[in-house]
Write a protein that binds this ligand. Structure first.
Ligand code: FBP
Length: 264
């Protein structure tokens, strides 16, 4: 197993994962204000920015578009995912195998685990297969660790997010992607709960440049190794500018104010 810091999805110990699986997870509604982004090539173009260490997509998008970008973008194969049309208890279908993802050229795999769902046990068993297959291919594993389900009303409470990052460590992920738990102290605890495994913050719905960057700054200061983000980048009119600023906040550990000023 190659050390995670030597993986192509990590730069100087940090990661910036650009996610674009929203067409499946949320539906075309996420592209309403940016209809040109319905074309996955536009987001792959954005992912060629130096700050981006990997792009997370589902199988069909990887098959159709990754071949044109394999020299410039690292592929994170998001191997499970479910549409927003599913009305049952939180669950996520495994849509492609790790073997097939590796064949397409994946540099890492991603898996959503809904701890606390009535389907947690099956999902953890599916994760075991994915994690062990990823080890066979020397691919790092990123867990979208999202406690959700009947018993969990607020999925961003501090104790829930610390549990989320710990679950990822316990089950063998290399990076946990968790929601921001509302304060730097709570984020710090979630990072500590993950031991020496990396934790990245999940982007969330689009906010202002300052609000977004200052939350990323707080997360990095609290011990996060970066960000996995979708809408806060590609829903913007100028994704390059926010990526320039994110590069400063994440890799150069500049403040949100300084990053914004430098990229005006
Ligand atoms: P965002 O930064 O846009 O939130 O994207 C990150 C992500 O994890 C995507 O990979 C996924 O499609 C989406 O969030 C899921 O969001 P949620 O389950 O909170 O609706």
């Amino acid at each position: 197993m190659i050390p995670i810091d030597d993986s192509p999805i990590v730069r100087d110990g940090k990661s910036l994962i650009l996610a674009m699986d929203h067409g499946l997870e949320h539906g075309p509604v996420d592209f309403e204000d940016v209809p040109e982004k319905l074309d996955p090539s536009t987001v792959f173009e954005t992912a060629t920015h130096d700050a981006v260490t990997a792009m997370a997509v589902q199988k069909g998008v990887a098959e159709g578009y990754y071949p044109s970008y394999e020299d410039d973008v690292n592929l994170l194969a998001k191997v499970n995912g479910t549409s927003n049309l599913w009305m049952g208890e939180y669950d996520s279908a495994v849509n492609w195998s790790v073997d097939y993802a590796a064949e397409i050229g994946a540099d890492a795999v991603g898996f959503t685990l809904y701890g606390g769902s009535n389907h947690e046990v099956e999902m953890a068993e599916e994760f075991r297969d994915v994690q062990e297959a990823a080890r066979d291919h020397d691919l790092p594993v990123v867990m979208w660790s999202y406690p959700r389900g009947q018993g969990l009303k607020n999925d961003t409470k501090p104790g829930v997010i610390s549990y989320a990052s710990r679950i990822a460590l316990e089950l063998g992920a290399d990076i946990a992607k968790v929601k921001y738990p509302g304060s730097p102290e709570a984020m710090e605890h979630a990072c500590k709960a993950a031991g020496d495994m990396k934790v990245v913050m999940s982007g969330g719905s689009k906010t202002s440049d300052y609000d977004f960057l200052s939350t990323v700054e707080a997360a990095v200061n609290a011990g996060c190794s970066g960000l996995a983000v979708g809408r806060n980048v590609w829903q913007r009119e100028n994704p390059t500018r926010i990526l320039d600023a994110l590069e400063k906040v994440i890799y150069e550990e500049e403040t949100a104010d300084a990053a914004l000023e430098a990229t005006e």
